[in-house]
Write a protein that binds this ligand. Sequence first.
Ligand SMILES: [Zn+2]
Length: 456
Amino acid sequence: MNRIAKRSYFMYTFALAFLIGLVLLFFNMQINSTKWVIKDYNKHLYTNGELLAAGSITDTYGTVLAETKDGKREYNSDKNIRMATLHVVGDTAGFISTGAQNAFKTELTGYSHLTGVYNLKKDGAGKNIQLSINAKLSVTAMKAMGSYQGTVGIYNYKTGEIICAVSMPTYDLYNKPKDIATDKTDKYEGIYMNRFFTGLYTPGSTFKIVTACSAIDNIIDINTRTFTCNGAWVNKVGNKVKCNGVHGTRNFEGALNCSCNTAFAGLAAELGNEKLTKTAEQCGFNQTITVDNFRCARSRFDLSKAYDIDRAWAGIGQYTTMVNPCHMATMLGAIANRTGYTPEPTLIKGKYTSKINFMGSVSAKRLDNMLRSNVMNYYKDSRFPNLDMCGKTGTAEVSTGRPHAWFVGYSQRPDLPFVIIVVLENSGGTGIGTAVPVANQVMQEALKLYVTNYMH
Ligand SMILES: [Zn+2]
């Protein structure tokens, strides 16, 4: 190597080391700047670890949900609104990680990652944030859930806006129960988590939507097939998946209408681990849904150790499968749009988000028709007056007590493009008996609030 080459080699190495150093410094600043914001010694923003000086949080109508007044963080004066929006607004201490006060603290405090300074207004507040959440509708959802734990979420499948994400149990920020930390019953189970975003549930029969999608994608004669149900699906060695009835002979659509386990366990067994897993993953399982600044819990689908009987159970939403309610909402959005695409969910009013793809348009259209058929021919439109509702119920068997009742569905009305997800934990009731009335009650209120010319 001649001298000039040696010297330039040294220069390049030096320059590279300098660049790496710069990148590391910048990276470190990015990572730590968020942490620095929440340090207790930041007295401007936090006192005793509580967020005080920050912008206001309003709902879709501009109703104030949280604001800073005279150095104090204050919440809506209505107790029901405080309780129904607790998990989307969040607490001042940041226990509720997906709450706006935690998820958007950088924006609310006006902190800049680039300059490391706060851009506080004269009154000590940062940027204001308007959520897409409807506080009024959230109260309706909370009341409709009664004493059940679980979640009710509404997602606009045209805009991606989350309209409602109520999680139970909840509490009043102005009167926080003193025994949360010491309680030995399960009445405060997961009280700091928004079940809509970070919950994972056994999907039960709502998963038949995914099994149906896989059948549409992979079984050529699916539309001319018939299924015979004598009360159970049985494999070659006599292992059984029991059905909820004896359904006789049905076509594909009819089998989904009555949620026939025999038909769907059989379809899953026939599809095989590879094809069913491929569809589930396209539909968002084992993937992460992002909402603005945070990630939802990842839905799980794992057939890596599954025999045909395990796969049959998986095909009806049991086995080891777990689903996140917000993920379920977006998957239904992709069907409601009849394209397989739906906007990424957001809590910010009017925010544009990119589209997520869950399935092909042929499958989306077919599933949309089948979910409409479920309501028209089985649950009946009289359970959802004026809603042009589509959907699927579920009664999910769980090891932790009585079954969870599910309803997942959406309105086909162009003026009410809402998906609704209802999960009532350990309700003991069926999806149709307990979750459907809750879904209807909340959607009827949505009709009143969003469809201005709707006549009652
Ligand atoms: Zn059956």
